[in-house]
Ligand binder design. Structure first.
Ligand code: TXA
Ligand code: MG
Length: 322
C-alpha cells in the first residue's frame, strides 16, 4: 500500500524522496498532485512516464511561499505580485515568464511557466520540507478523471508512485483556475476553483483564452480530458436516458418524474455549486467503477463554479483515443 498518513515523519520521508528525484503524490486543496523536483528534468521525466503524458502538455510548478517566486519566474511586476498575494495560497495558477533554472522539458519549451502556491497545509508542509519547487500535475493517467482522494490515486497510479500522502478529501475538488499574466489583460486559460468573478474582483475585466472560447462552438474538436472509462453523455433538463441501457446518472439534486435509475449520484443536495464541485470527481469515480454502459450527466448552470463543472463534463464526454 502506497498510502501514508500525513505525519511529520512521513512528510519528511516524502521530502527526502523528492530531493532524491523520486515521485510523491500529495493532497492539495484542488486535486491530488503527482510531484517531482521541478529543478530536475530527470525527476520530472518520471511524471511524464508515470502519467503517459505527452511532453507538449506543460506541468504546473508549486512553491511554498512568495519568497520562492523569483526562483521560478522573472519580470513579475509589482502590480501582478500584489494580485497574486491576494489569491495565494489558493486555487490560482499564474502563467508568468520562466526563469532559466526551470527545465524546458517541463514547460514544453515555452518561455512561460505555470506557478501556484497551494492552499492545503499538507502540500505546504511538503513544499517547505523538500525545500525546492515541486512540479505536479493531477495524479491520474493522462486524460482520465482527476483524483480527489488518496484512494483514487492508489487505484490509478499506485504501483508507479512510492508514496501517496493522504490529506483527506480535497476541499475544492476541481483543479486550479489558470490565468495568463504575461498578456496586457489577464487571460483565463482554464476555469477552476476560483470563479471568473473571483478573478475579476481583484484583476478587473479579464479575457477568456482561445481554448475556453472555442469550447461551446466546437466540442468535437476538444482534446478528451477528465474522462471516465465509461462513455459519458450530457443531457439537458428535458432529455431522458435511454432505458434500454444499463446507465448511471450524475445530477445536482433531483430528477425529472418518471426516470428510474439504480445508480444516481446527487452531487449537490443543497443546490450549491461549491458542494457540486467538491463531489464531482468522486461521484464520477464511483460511477465509473460500476462498469455501466453509459453515464448520463445532467447539465449544470454555467453560473460561478458551474463553468468549471461544465468544462470538466464536456471534456469527459469526448472519448479518449487509445
Ligand atoms: O489544481 C491544479 O492545478 C492541480 C494541482 C495538483 O495543483 N494540477 C493540475 O495540473 O491540474 P495538470 O497538469 O493536470 O494541469 C495543468 C495545466 C495543463 O493543462 C497545462 O496545459 C497548463 O496547466 N499549463 C502548464 N504550464 C502552462 C503554461 N506555461 N502556459 C499555459 N498553460 C500551461
Ligand atoms: Mg490534469
Amino acid at each position: 500500500m502506497a498510502i501514508f498518513e500525513a505525519t511529520e515523519e512521513n512528510i519528511s520521508k516524502a521530502a527526502d524522496l523528492i530531493q532524491a528525484g523520486e515521485l510523491v503524490s500529495f493532497a492539495t486543496e484542488t486535486v491530488y498532485g503527482l510531484g517531482a523536483n521541478a529543478l530536475s528534468s530527470e525527476a520530472c521525466e518520471k511524471i511524464f512516464i508515470a502519467k503517459e503524458r505527452p511532453h507538449y502538455d506543460p506541468l504546473i510548478v508549486h512553491i511554498a511561499s512568495l519568497d520562492q517566486l523569483p526562483t521560478v519566474a522573472k519580470d513579475v511586476s509589482e502590480e501582478v505580485l500584489n494580485k497574486l498575494k491576494q489569491f495565494w495560497p489558493g486555487p490560482l495558477t499564474a502563467v508568468l515568464k520562466k526563469q532559466s533554472c526551470i527545465p524546458d522539458s517541463i514547460t514544453a519549451n515555452l518561455d512561460t511557466v505555470a506557478v501556484r502556491i497551494p492552499g492545503h497545509p499538507l502540500a505546504l508542509s511538503l513544499l517547505k520540507a523538500a525545500n525546492t519547487p515541486i512540479a505536479a500535475p493531477s495524479a491520474n493517467p493522462f486524460g482520465y478523471l482527476s483524483p480527489t482522494t488518496a484512494q483514487h490515486v492508489d487505484r490509478q497510479l499506485g504501483p508507479k508512485v512510492q508514496m501517496i500522502l493522504d490529506g483527506g478529501e480535497c476541499d475544492c475538488g476541481l483543479e486550479s483556475t489558470i490565468v495568463n499574466f504575461t498578456s496586457d489583460t489577464p487571460e483565463i486559460l482554464r476555469h477552476g476553483g476560483y470563479t471568473r468573478k473571483d478573478i475579476e474582483k481583484i484583476c478587473g475585466p479579464v479575457n477568456l483564452g482561445k481554448a475556453i472560447l472555442e469550447q461551446p462552438l466546437a466540442p468535437g474538436q476538444l482534446a478528451s480530458h477528465y474522462s471516465p472509462e465509461t462513455k459519458l453523455v450530457i443531457l439537458s433538463k428535458e432529455q431522458k436516458p435511454d432505458a434500454s441501457l444499463n446507465f448511471g446518472i450524475l445530477t445536482h439534486s433531483g430528477l425529472n418524474e418518471g426516470i428510474e435509475c439504480k445508480y444516481i449520484e446527487r452531487i449537490s443536495p443543497s443546490g450549491n455549486a461549491k458542494e457540486a464541485a467538491h463531489n464531482l470527481f468522486s461521484a464520477l469515480h464511483r460511477l465509473d467503477q460500476l462498469k455501466l454502459d453509459i453515464i448520463y450527466a445532467y447539465e449544470f448552470s454555467e453560473e460561478g463554479l458551474g463553468s468549471a463543472i461544465m468544462d470538466r463534463l464536456r471534456k469527459a464526454a469526448v472519448k479518449m483515443k487509445k
